[in-house]
Ligand binder design. Structure first.
Ligand code: NDP
Length: 340
């Protein structure tokens, strides 16, 4: 966290968007094109999870595109249509007052008539002390970022989803040997990815195995200890790197006790909508979606959130105008009443 400085006057917007993945940028594009002059706060990882991905082959219209390039294009698009994109990290929100208020880590304040939460999700870790000890020294949650350092070395990937399989395939471009460690005997990755994995000569899958310990020499990883619950055995695998690819947790701690969430911390929304438990606050993308977690789905939700924020603001303005119209009439009838 950066040091706080003297806060300036709050910056007000009709729509404040927190988060800069596909959901956030799409919301910014739609809100801008509805003349709502949105402000988008990028957060700690501008561009979100796709900036740590290489090839994206399922974004409609692009047979293959690099994740960081796709996000740069989305950001450019949002700016082009007039969204204000601000580099800040929101550390506090107040959803109890109107307008809503958010505070950045340098003390900058933002007020808004409506709020779109698009803060995404963060990588999940195994929770071993040895994993933490060797993080950045052989343990990583980003094969795309760190795979290059494992040229001609042996690596293990833990997990059985698409991320784990794609990480293993990516690492096989550099590493001498890649082991995919999965706790069950079937993968949840899609069949195309599985076929690529099983066909790769450098990749070996180790089924029904759990990483019990990360082994090292004090400076770097030297191996992992595996438990095999089905056989009750233990084994040691010599590797230079361990890539953890076991899913993500929604980045929603900022909204704890302020919005309704499920037990895993995903923001609850009205079915078929992005509306949260607080009127005027909308949630789009991986913060509320644990089923699909796809860029294109997040983008669709960003669109929905912007359209719903627009509808909310129209209704709010209409209610305010009606109250203004009614007030003088009520006042004049009071006057008549008193005069009589
Ligand atoms: P997933 O939730 O799909 O998979 C997580 C994997 O980690 C599962 O195999 C799970 O095992 C395993 N796991 C979870 N916790 C532990 C633990 N404590 N110890 C060991 N293993 C554990 O997450 P992903 O990040 O792979 O994918 C997220 C979403 O993004 C998915 O919908 C996926 O399809 C999508 N995606 C799509 C891509 C594409 O289309 N190109 C690329 C990457 C992701 P188990 O199976 O036993 O539950």
């Amino acid at each position: 966290m950066r040091n706080a400085r003297t806060p300036s006057a709050p910056r007000h917007s009709r729509v404040l968007i927190i988060g800069s993945g596909p959901a956030g940028y799409t919301a910014a594009i739609y809100a801008s094109r509805s003349a709502l002059d949105p402000v988008l706060i990028e957060g700690p990882q501008p561009g979100g999870q796709l900036t740590i991905t290489t090839d994206v082959e399922n974004w409609p219209g692009d047979a293959s595109v690099q994740g960081p390039d796709l996000m740069a294009r989305m950001s450019d698009h949002a700016r082009h249509v007039g969204a204000q994109i601000i580099s800040d990290y929101i550390v506090e929100v107040d959803l109890s007052k109107r307008p809503f208020e958010a505070t950045g880590d340098m003390g900058d304040r933002y007020t808004a008539d409506s709020l779109i939460i698009a803060t995404g999700a963060n990588a999940r870790w195994l929770g071993l002390a040895s994993e933490t000890r060797y993080r950045g020294r052989g343990v990583s949650a980003c094969a795309t970022c760190d795979g290059y350092f494992f040229r001609d070395k042996a690596c293990a990937v833990v997990g059985g989803g698409n991320t784990a399989v794609e990480d293993a395939l990516h690492l096989a471009n550099f590493a001498s040997d890649v082991y995919l460690i999965h706790r069950r005997d079937t993968l949840r990755a899609d069949k195309t990815n599985q076929a690529r994995l099983f066909a790769h000569p450098k990749i070996k899958t180790i089924w029904n195995a759990e990483v019990a310990e990360v082994l090292g020499d004090g400076g770097k990883v030297t191996g992992i200890q595996l438990n095999h619950p089905v056989t009750g055995e233990q084994s040691t695998l010599t590797v230079d790197g361990l890539f953890v690819a076991i899913g993500h947790d929604p980045a929603t701690s900022l909204f704890k006790d302020k919005l309704a969430m499920d037990q895993e911390g995903y923001i609850l929304v009205t079915p078929g909508s992005t509306a949260t438990s607080v009127p005027g606050v909308f949630a789009a993308g991986d913060v509320q979606d644990k089923h699909f977690r796809q860029a294109v789905v997040s983008a669709g939700m960003g669109c929905m959130a912007a359209l719903e924020a627009e509808r909310y603001l129209i209704d709010k303005d209409a209610a305010a105008a009606l109250a203004e119209d009614v007030r003088p009439a009520a006042a004049s009838s009071d006057v008549v009443h008193h005069a009589a």
